[in-house]
Design a protein around this ligand. Structure first.
Ligand SMILES: [Zn+2]
Length: 164
């Protein structure tokens, strides 16, 4: 029997350096799904980084591994949980926390254009820098909080009209 020879390994690194294994998978898609559901809970564990690597089976040494994507953990500007994950290769950040999903993404078409948004309020904006995008998301969250709404409230989308 001939094996496919390639496996996909999601993993995360805790604060202090301990590596959390999540298994190894035959497709990149499954590995990504496993990692995603793990990242949803990253406010319960102190994580610093996460990655997906492809390993060639039966290959010795560094050539055996290719890192496909790497993520860094930040505090979410909207819900303040450590579920905001940044894809460091191509700037793309998403909050994996439940009921939040705030995001920041570099435009793939125009240089120096950053898009950001917060789906529960249908808020989205185009700004010039990542710092501006973080500020913009913090502002919309502050307005929501001032109105007595929690970013974690699942009823939140009903109120979005006020924030347009
Ligand atoms: Zn969030």
């Amino acid at each position: 029997m001939v094996m496919t020879g390639r496996i996909y390994v999601p993993s995360a690194v805790e604060e202090g350096g301990a590596v959390v294994g999540m298994g190894c998978f035959s497709t990149q898609e499954t590995a990504m799904n496993v990692l995603r559901s793990f990242l949803k809970k990253s406010h319960q564990v102190s994580l610093e980084r996460a990655s997906i690597a492809a390993w060639e089976v039966d290959v010795v040494g560094d050539d055996a591994v290719t890192v496909l994507s790497e993520f860094e953990c930040r505090l979410c500007p909207v819900c303040h949980r450590t579920t905001f994950w940044i894809d460091i290769e191509r700037f793309k950040a998403t909050c994996y926390g439940s009921a939040c999903a705030a995001w920041i993404e570099e435009s793939s078409i125009e240089a120096n254009v950053i898009n950001c948004g917060w789906p529960p309020t249908q808020f989205s904006e185009q700004v010039e820098s990542i710092d501006d995008a973080m500020r913009s998301l913090r502002r919309i969250a502050a307005r929501a909080e001032a109105a007595g709404l929690s970013a974690l409230d699942s009823e939140f989308h009903i109120e979005h009209e006020r924030f347009k």
